[in-house]
Design a protein around this ligand. Structure first.
Ligand code: UDP
Length: 296
């Protein structure tokens, strides 16, 4: 199935993706208008149903990996361009001094709790989030589902050759996966229009943008409509990991929330970015003390 930009796939109800609607679609029973497909009312309802936690002014969706995938599946069915952000503590700290970044985060259609710091902060400030939904895990889960459903991908970012390698790895892991294009992320501002046009011409369902945070978040926000893909996700260093250029932390370190330490050990120059982490902890505890934050 390919979700169209100018119309949902035949028989798919573009309204709220309740289990009943999905069931009806599978049976071929959904009559589009009859169940409120694409109505503004449904959009408002969907927005109200978003359960989010406010972490230092940044709203994070309280979703599991499974729920994030279901939401993305809904975006693909609706076809209108949507931005997905996998949020970590470093980006939240950056947003404290960049109102434009906070605006981009809070306007995104789905913001998943990428880092262990975000999960911890959500617990301190609100009802918490169910689990981490990292860029790398979301990318792999999405590639798996894309292979099953026939959705196509475009991989944009990382050093020359890495996106190609990541595409090959994903295709061998998930047979049948369609990758409609790849492009490295080292382009000049003057080449930006050409890059955007190349992605749009490839007509993918999902664009994975690996330009590093928060550049990729601004980039997607700026070009979302021109890219025309139903889903654009900022995935940071995920293509490097999938391509095998950068190893992921051992499972026990991930389990014990020490992935940041592993990345620091592999790449000591990251300390400049990771000094945001103690700032984050202090600010979250301060906000908790003042009773700020909570459910968005
Ligand atoms: N990158 C890029 N273009 C640039 C700068 C960075 O494509 O101009 C890529 C870089 O090669 C890497 C990714 O962006 O693949 C950023 O990785 P990092 O681990 O720093 O991202 P994070 O997940 O921490 O945002």
């Amino acid at each position: 199935m390919t979700a169209g930009r100018d119309g949902a796939p035949r028989g798919w109800c573009a309204g709220e993706q309740t289990a009943a609607n999905v069931y009806n679609w599978l049976r071929g029973d959904c009559a589009g208008e009859a169940c409120g497909a694409g109505s503004g009312v449904k959009d408002v309802q969907r927005e109200e149903q978003r359960s989010r936690v406010d972490i230092l002014g940044c709203l994070v969706d309280r979703v599991t990996m499974h729920e994030a995938l279901t939401r993305i599946e809904g975006f693909l069915a609706q076809g209108a361009p949507r931005q997905v952000i996998t949020l970590n503590a470093e980006i939240i700290v950056a947003a404290q001094t960049q109102p434009a970044l906070r605006e981009v985060i809070n306007r995104a259609d789905l913001v998943t709790p990428d880092g262990a710091g975000v999960v911890w902060a959500a617990r301190q400030l609100g009802k918490g989030v169910p689990e981490r939904v990292t860029g790398i895990d979301l990318t792999q889960a999405l590639a798996h589902r894309a292979a099953q459903r026939g959705w196509s991908l475009f991989l944009l970012g990382a050093r020359p050759g890495v996106a190609e390698k990541a595409a090959r790895k994903l295709q061998s892991r998930y047979p049948g996966l369609r990758v409609k294009g790849v492009r490295h992320g080292y382009f000049q501002a003057s080449e930006e229009a050409e890059v955007v046009a190349a992605v749009a011409a490839a007509d993918p369902d999902i664009v994975l943008v690996a330009l590093g945070a928060p550049r990729q978040e601004f980039w997607i926000h700026r070009h979302l409509q021109e890219l025309r893909a139903p889903v654009c996700i900022g995935v940071g260093g995920s293509l490097d990991v999938i391509a095998g250029e950068v190893p992921r932390a051992p499972a026990f370190m991930i389990r014990h929330n020490l992935e940041w330490l592993y990345r620091l050990w592999r790449e000591p120059s990251r300390w400049k970015r990771q000094k945001a982490l103690p700032v984050f902890v202090v600010r979250v505890l301060g906000a908790k003390g003042r009773g700020r934050g909570g459910l968005g």
